[in-house]
Ligand binder design. Structure first.
Ligand code: BES
Ligand code: ZN
Length: 946
């Protein structure tokens, strides 16, 4: 443990109590003042009261001063911090604000002589110390510290800047002390507040979300992942409330909880929480596991599933990583307001309520799967991410991508019956294929110097970072020598490759090049190939797959858009020896087939590429699908459909060929192929649900899905039972959703009847697995009465998972006035929580009636939405992509371009890339419709002819 430095208890408390009294108002006011001032100030926020010399004020052209750079200089290295924070859970009645006050001392070592201290600080207001400065400096070891010449807050780059009148000396240690105040706002970032009602009383939780760059909003800190330090945390809080942080509670005083010092760790993994939540706990091999949530949720047993699964998953990862869990406790807490799904704070993982709380009567199998996988994901980070941390955010993909892969292994451990690993193809491979096929995609790895601003960092949390590495599945044979070497330190991807290489060498795995040569082709260039197998010549070749073949790739690649591709394949039901494709093309004689033989490549989709065949082989594969589809592995049946539809979108094969892959579905009962088809047909709905193709398409699909609907009807004894298998439960939802969507009368009657029964008896007869789709269909078929009923159920739901199903379904109404009113609700936090605003707007945009309403709404209020709701990393790109998904006309394209232009000044933050991706998608859609509409219409019509 680090050598702690503690502020004397008496001094600490005295300062805080003074603050609590008369000064509270002044502090609160000064928060408002500084924030108002910040808004009005371009760049520099002087708070030195004019008593010290001021640095040049940056106006238009940014100067090249160190405080104008987003990255910290390397001159100072933090060792440990002592931080005391006091969040006020009651509103100040004069100012209307919630605030927190704090004190911090950081001990740092000077690595290079300097007369400048830069430390991150955002939206904090400082109490002046000696000589009216924002901080004070002392030195350790006898020498005198230089005095502070000038101190100010640099707003754009988020620094507290201290200019000294002399140099800090190399290898000497110093203490920097600050007293500060911040607003405990409901903004979901840094130290923030979350509110909820309990027994008619409004309650407030103070909690944190630091990743990626908001620790600086809670206290001044060297807020970069490589600036690891030890943190001594103290929280001041009222009697009757519980304080939590990364470390174990060391001691309680009347008004405060002191925590054990943390391990050496990054600032983005810190967490501080004050609440009056309850918890349940158990202990596994000396590690204390606790689940915290609102008291009624814990009392109802909603934390039990998480508690039961955490221990086994933790044990699994200890074995997997060959490294014991490094902390004495593992807390997990469900928060009513939380921007992401969950956050891996070391020792104190935070979740949305829907991602942690489970209740048999309300939660679907999909909700349950999400809880198991998200717990596994965050626990995986305890080692990969927390113990060994990326050096800088450009390597974020390594952290998130790896966790997104091993979450499946952890979830499989928790629920071995589910076969969750198979779902990687649907949830990750297909997800990332969709964006990585655009010319506006980007390589996994970015250059360190290209990632500087907080919004650039936030933007990295995208489908590429999360899902591309998962799709590469290169980690399968990894042995964790890597963790041992870099524990408590920082590493990059090249370190990982060399450790992977050691594992490959040790096991004698046969690969054609070094790990690094192979992996770099996937990591350093964007996109992926389509591999074409010509079974009449035996030639297999590769080409960069672009959804729009006319789009221009402006990003150069050192590998010329060629990859080192593993080819696993089968010939007519027999798996063959795998091959590698290293160049543009190669001839493999065994791939030449004749007669009725067929070739299928990328078995079980272990490779990150699409496959195309010569027409003859396609015909033979279609023949197998129609006569004996089980001869093709189920994952590949899903893949054939997905490849065909996407190859058709890229004009590599005809759209009719793609549609023909859906003909066998009337015999298909498995979830994966159906889900893949539904996903691809969604694109057809988006493109055609406003056109004359719609009717014939509905007729065809209704015919295809009816046997599946009937299958589940009899399997469940007329909908009374639940299918046994996890995947079967999912496919039952597909059967009902698609049957109702395509207008199967029996389905619509069923869902309406269930919903009416609920409205009349107030007893909900609908199984949780089916609720989202049943609610949606009933609300779509109904009017204001159904909507209002669902809204009141939404407002009164006792578990967020039920509220979420209703929130989704409320967007399904066909009444424009209800949709418009619902849109208005999304920006009123009393109606829809801030965390849910953007996803609700996207739900509305997915509705064919809601589409243009949502687009108009977002356009009209962009700058408000952006400033009020712009914090999250995922939400903004999802919003932009979501409201533009259906765009497929010149007119919509013009509007989109206009939108980009009109808001250039406000900006798009973490949604910047999404705007370009949407433009590119719209252009591709316009062309696709022009070329395909007639064929598609003719095909659907012909299919309906007896
Ligand atoms: N570190 C992230 C949470 C996060 C995301 C923080 C973006 C800041 C910005 C966490 O590990 C994560 O990835 N959470 C996912 C869940 C996971 C199962 C994919 C999430 O929040 O959805
Ligand atoms: Zn993660």
């Amino acid at each position: 443990m680090g050598k702690g430095f503690f502020i004397s208890k008496a001094v600490g408390i005295a300062a805080i109590i003074v603050g609590a009294g008369a000064l509270a108002t002044i502090i609160a006011l000064s928060v408002v003042y500084s924030q108002e001032k910040a808004k009005n100030n371009d760049n520099v926020l002087p708070t030195d009261g004019g008593t010290t010399s001021k640095p040049p004020v940056t106006t238009t052209a940014p100067s090249n001063e160190p405080w104008d750079k987003y990255r910290l200089p390397k001159s100072l290295v933090p060792d440990h911090y002592n931080v005391t924070l006091w969040p006020r859970l009651k509103q100040n009645l004069t100012t209307g604000l919630f605030i927190f006050t704090g004190q911090s001392t950081v001990e740092f070592v000077c690595a290079e002589e300097t007369d400048l201290i830069l430390i991150h600080s955002n939206k904090l207001n400082y109490t002046k110390r000696e000589n009216n400065h924002l901080a004070s400096l002392t030195s350790l070891g006898g020498v005198k510290a230089p005095s502070i010449k000038s101190s100010w807050l640099q707003q754009v780059t988020q620094y507290l800047v201290l200019q000294l009148d002399g140099k800090l000396m190399k290898d000497h240690r110093y203490h920097l002390h600050t007293d500060f105040t911040g607003e405990l706002a409901d903004d979901l970032g840094g130290f923030y507040r979350s509110e909820y009602m309990e027994d008619g009383v409004k309650k407030v939780v103070a909690t944190t979300q630091m990743q990626p760059t908001d620790a600086r909003k809670a206290f001044p800190c060297f807020d970069e992942p490589a600036m690891k330090a030890i943190f001594h945390i103290t929280l001041i809080h009222d009697l009757g409330t519980v304080a939590l942080s990364n470390g174990e509670e060391k001691g309680h005083d009347v008004q405060k909880t002191v925590f054990q010092p943390t391990e050496k760790m990054s600032t983005y993994l810190l967490a501080f929480i004050v609440s009056d939540f309850s918890f349940i706990n158990n202990t596994i091999d000396g590690v204390l596991i606790r689940i915290f949530a609102r008291t009624p949720a814990i009392a109802a047993g909603q934390g039990d599933y998480a508690l039961n699964k955490t221990g086994p998953i933790l044990k699994f990862f200890e074995k997997y990583y060959n490294s014991s869990y490094p902390l004495p406790k593992s807390d997990q807490i469900a928060l009513p307001d939380f921007n992401a799904g969950a956050m891996e704070n070391w020792g104190l993982i935070t979740y949305r309520e829907t991602a942690l709380l489970y209740d048999e009567t309300f939660s679907s199998n999909s909700n349950k799967q999400r809880i198991a996988t998200i717990i596994a994901h965050e626990l995986a980070h305890m080692w990969f991410g927390n113990l060994v941390t990326l050096r800088w955010w450009n390597d974020l993909w390594l952290n998130e991508g790896f966790a997104s892969y091993v979450e499946y292994l952890g979830a499989h451990e928790a629920e071995p019956e589910w076969n969750v690993k198979d779902l990687i193809v649907l949830s990750d491979v297909h997800r990332v294929f969709a964006v990585d096929a655009l010319a506006s995609s980007h390589p996994l790895s970015s250059k360190e110097e290209d990632i500087q601003k907080p919004a650039q960092i936030s933007e990295l949390f995208d489908a590429i970072s999360y899902s591309k590495v998962t799709s590469l599945t290169a980690f399968q044979h990894l042995k964790f020598t890597y963790l041992a070497e870099f524990a408590f330190g920082n590493a990059g991807y090249t370190d990982l490759w060399s450790h992977l290489q050691m594992a490959v060498d040790a096991t004698g795995t046969d690969i054609p090049e070094t790990v690094s040569n192979i992996m770099n082709t996937w990591v350093l260039q964007m996109g992926f190939p389509v591999v074409t197998v010509n079974t009449s010549t035996g030639i297999i070749s590769q080409k960069h797959f672009l959804l729009d073949p006319d789009s221009e790739v402006t990003t150069p690649s050192i590998y010329n858009y060629e990859w080192i591709v593993p080819i696993k394949w089968m010939k007519t039901e027999t798996i063959q020896h795998p091959k590698w494709l290293k160049n543009e093309s190669v001839t493999i004689d065994e791939m030449k087939v004749s007669g009725s033989d067929w070739v299928l490549a990328n078995i079980n989709v272990v490779g990150y590429y699409r496959v195309n065949y010569d027409q003859g082989n396609w015909e033979r594969l279609l023949g197998v699908l129609s006569t004996n589809h089980v001869a093709i592995p189920v994952i590949n049946r899903a893949q054939l459909v997905d490849d065909a539809f996407n190859l058709a979108r890229a004009k590599i094969i005809s759209t009719v060929l793609a549609l023909r892959t859906t003909k066998y579905l009337n015999k298909e009962r498995e979830y994966m192929p159906w889900e893949s088809a539904v996903g691809n047909l969604d694109f057809f709905y988006l493109m055609f649900d406003r056109s004359e193709v719609y009717g014939p398409m509905q007729d065809y699909l209704r015919n295809q899905v009816t046997p599946l609907f009937t299958h589940y009807k009899s399997l469940t004894d007329n909908w009374k039972n639940v299918p046994v298998g996890h995947m079967d439960q999912y496919n039952q939802v597909n059967a009902i959703s698609l049957a109702c969507r395509t207008g199967l009368r029996e389905c619509q009657n069923l869902t309406n009847q269930w919903f009416n029964q609920w409205m009349e008896t107030k007893l909900n007869p609908i199984h949780p697995n089916l609720r989202s789709t049943v609610y949606c269909n009933a609300i779509a078929a109904g009017g204001a009465k159904e909507w209002e009923f669902a809204w009141s159920q939404f407002k009164n739901a006792s578990i967020a998972i039920e509220a979420d199903k209703l929130r989704y379904a409320l967007a399904c109404t066909k009444q424009p006035w209800l949709l418009n009113r619902y849109l208005e609700y999304t920006l009123d936090p009393n109606m829809i929580r801030k965390q849910d605003a953007t996803s609700t707007i996207v739900y509305i945009a997915n509705n064919v009636i809601g589409q243009s309403l949502a687009w108009d709404f977002v356009r009209a209020r962009w700058s408000y939405i952006f400033t009020q709701y712009g914090g999250g990393s995922f939400s903004f790109s999802n919003l932009v992509n979501g409201v533009t998904e259906r765009f497929s006309t010149e007119y919509e394209l013009q509007q989109l371009k206009q939108f980009k232009e009109d808001n250039a000044e406000v900006g798009f933050g973490s949604g910047t890339l999404a705007v370009d991706q949407s433009i590119e998608r719209t252009i591709a859609n316009i062309k696709w419709i022009a070329e395909n509409k007639q064929n598609v219409l003719d095909w659907f019509k012909a299919e309906e002819k007896p």
